[in-house]
Design a protein around this ligand. Sequence first.
Ligand code: NAP
Ligand code: MG
Length: 484
Amino acid sequence: MIAAKMLIDGAWVDSRGARIEVINPARGEVIGTVPVATPEDIDEALRAAKSALPDWSGRPPAQRAAVLNRIAAVIAERAEDLGRQMTAEQGKPVNEAVGEISKLADTFAFYAEEATRVHGEIIPNTSNAYQSLVTYEPVGVIAAITPWNYPAELIGWKLAAGLAAGCTLVIKPPELTPLCPLAIMACLQEAGLPPGVANMVTGSGARVGQRLIESPLVDKIAFTGSSAVGLHIQQSIKDIKSLSLELGGNSPLIVTAKADLEAAVKGAVRRSFRNCGQICIAVNRIYVAEPVYDAFLEKFAATADALVVDDGLDNPAADLGALCSQEPLGKTEAHLADAVDKGARLICGGAPPEGAKFESGFFFRPTAVADCTHDMLVMTQETFGPLVGIAPFATLKDAVRLANDTPYGLAAYAYTKDLDEMRYLSRHLDYGSVAVNTVDPGIINAPYGGRKQSGIGVEHGRDGLFEYLHAKHIRVCFDEDAIS
Ligand code: NAP
Ligand code: MG
C-alpha cells in the first residue's frame, strides 16, 4: 500500500484534506491512496510556480537542456519500476507501460535539444533607421491537466515542452492513475529540477482541476481529456489566458480494394485494441471497399480472436490488460448492445474473457461488429473501449464522406497501395493527422493536434514547443547621423 504525497515547492506534502484510494483495475484491489489537494494546497503550488519562474526562465537554454537531459536519463533508468507502477493502476500490460515510459524519456531528450533552437528573427522595415527583432519568451505558469489512458506521456508532452520553453508548471494527474505521475515527479527532483518549477497536486477534476484552471495565477491551461470537459473548461475561464485542448476523437480507417490486406488487418487490429481501445486516436470505425469486405472481416476476426487478454502485471507481454475502470467497460457494453439491436453482426469477442481470474477486474475481449451504419453509437461516438464497428463502401468518395461525417477531427487512417488514392485520401480527410499504410501517426518531432471538437493547439515537435512561448516584437530606431 502506497500512501503518496503531493509535490509542492520541492517538498512532499500531505493534504490537510481527505485522501482517495487508487485501485488496481485488473484485481479490484486498493493499492494506495493520494491526498485530495485543498484550495490552499493548490494556491501554494501556484505561488511556488510563480516564484520559481524568474530564475528558471532566465537560465540560458543550454542550462535548462542539461536538466532535461538528466531527467531523461533518470526516467530511462527507472523505466521498469515506473512501468509496473503504471500497470498496477492503469491496467495496460507491463511491456506496453515500460514502452510508454521509454517514450517519455525520449520526449525529455527531444525537448532538451529543441530548447537550444528557439531562434528569433530580424524583420525588414520600410526605413533603414529601424530594425525589428522578434524574440520568444515563456508564457509563464502552466496548469496541466491530463487523463488516465497514457498517464506518463500525456503529462510528459506538456512538462518537457513547458520546461524547455522556460515555463513553470502545476500538474493535476488523473484521479485513477496518480501514482506513476507522482513517481515521475520524484525523477525530476532526483535530476536536479529546482523546487517550485514543476509541482503536482492530486484530487478530482471537478474540485482540484476546476480551482486550478480558474486561478488568475495561471497563464496557460494545457488540457488533454474529453471534449465535454474541454468545452466546460473553455466556458468556465473567467480571464484571458492561453488554452490548448487535446480532446476526444472518433477515428476512421479506410481500406481500399488496392490495399495490402494483410497489412491493413494487422494495423486495424492493433489500433482498434491496443490499450483496450482507450486511445484518443484508436480506430473506432472501419470502412472497407466492397470487393475485399468479406475477406477483410474473416481475417480481422481471426486476428482479433488470437489476441491474449490477461492481467498486465502477471503477463507483461499480453496484448490487452484490464480496462482502467468500470466507465469505459460500461460504455463498451452499451455501444455493443446498441449496434446489435440496430442490426450489426458480431464477428468476434462480445464478452469478458472466461475464468475466475477475470472476475474482479474490468476485462473485455476485443470485439468487432460488421454491417454497421451511422445510426449506431459505435460509428458516431468515441467508445474508448475494445470495440470497433465495420462497414462496406462502394466508392472512395463515399468512404471519405462517411469518414468526415463526425464532429471530431483528431486522426484518420487509410490503407492503399495506389498513389492517386493516397493523395485523394490525404487531401480530403479532415483530420489533424492522417496515417497511410501505418497506424502510428504520432512521432515526437511532428506536430500532433485535433480539429473541430477534437481540440485546439498542437503537441509534439517544434510547434509543440512554441505553444509555450510568446513572440515579442522589439522595434528599435537607430541614428546613423550620430556616427562620425
Ligand atoms: P476527462 O474526463 O475529460 O478528464 C481529463 C482530466 O480532466 C482528468 O484529470 C479529470 O480529472 C480532469 N477534469 C475533469 N473535470 C474537470 C474540471 N471541471 N476542471 C478541470 N479538470 C477537470 O477525460 P478522461 O475520461 O480522463 O479521458 C478520456 C478522454 O481523453 C477521451 O475523450 C480521450 O479521447 C481524451 N484524450 C485525448 C487525447 C488527445 O491527445 N487528443 C489523448 C488522450 C485522451 P479526474 O478524472 O481526475 O476527476
Ligand atoms: Mg472522465
